[in-house]
Design a protein around this ligand. Sequence first.
Ligand code: AMP
Length: 275
Amino acid sequence: MQKLSLRWRCEGRCIGLVPTMGALHEGHLTLARRARAECDMMVASIFVNPLQFGVHEDLDKYPRPFERDCQLLREAGCDAIFAPDAAVMYGKSDPADPQTFVEVSMLGEMWEGVVRPGHLRGVATVVAKLFNIMQPQRAYFGEKDYQQLKVIEHMVEDLNFPIEIVPVPTVRESDGLALSSRNTYLAPAERAAAPVLHRAMCEGVQAAQDGETEVAAIGEAMARVFATEPDVAVQYVAIVDAQTLESLETLDGRPARILVAARVGHTRLIDNMAI
Ligand code: AMP
């Protein structure tokens, strides 16, 4: 892969990378189509990265419809798919215990970092490896995983990767649920309850648009929406500075973001929205 990418770069071609864990949906394909439109070569990775899963998480049951994913990427005009297994990806290191990590300390330790210790370190490490292997000039990331996007942007700046990170807006179902490979885990009643995340965020945005600047009041308005679905267990609802992800007490005109995480049955959902 690295040789192929270096050859393309020597030929003067711009490479756009779409990193994924497979089980592709319209969200991933939107990233792929953006990369296809903006770059000479569009490449994608499919790798379910053990390093970013906690011990009790869904690494083993994560869906892996590999042939279908390849077909979808081919249809989107992908020039190369890099799909290593963990032994190839981590080489001599034990995939469960590599020796070298990339850690974006502050940003990686809040919110998702609290609920999933080590997760964002696993993400940053594998994305740095993918950047070195696949040598893209541009890489496309979904806003769906907003904290991940910020961690990657920070890593690229801190480590001087000569790569432009392109954020892509979240693709949603018609009822507002953000597309996610994990939505397939939802039982019908859970699927029916899941759009409450989106409804609550819309309520928060509406409150802000109506002039509410106190974050506590906006949080209460969102909590009232969440209360309509008692089977959805909120893990955190945060209104944060859109760059540093630090909690805000009042909206003061700075770009801000609502971050939410909740459990619906055994499935964990995250979402976010600009406020
Ligand atoms: P994943 O396969 O879940 O690791 O996601 C691969 C990439 O697709 C990440 O950059 C995600 O943020 C992005 N992505 C996942 N779901 C969506 C969505 N609903 N809309 C836009 N991008 C998404």
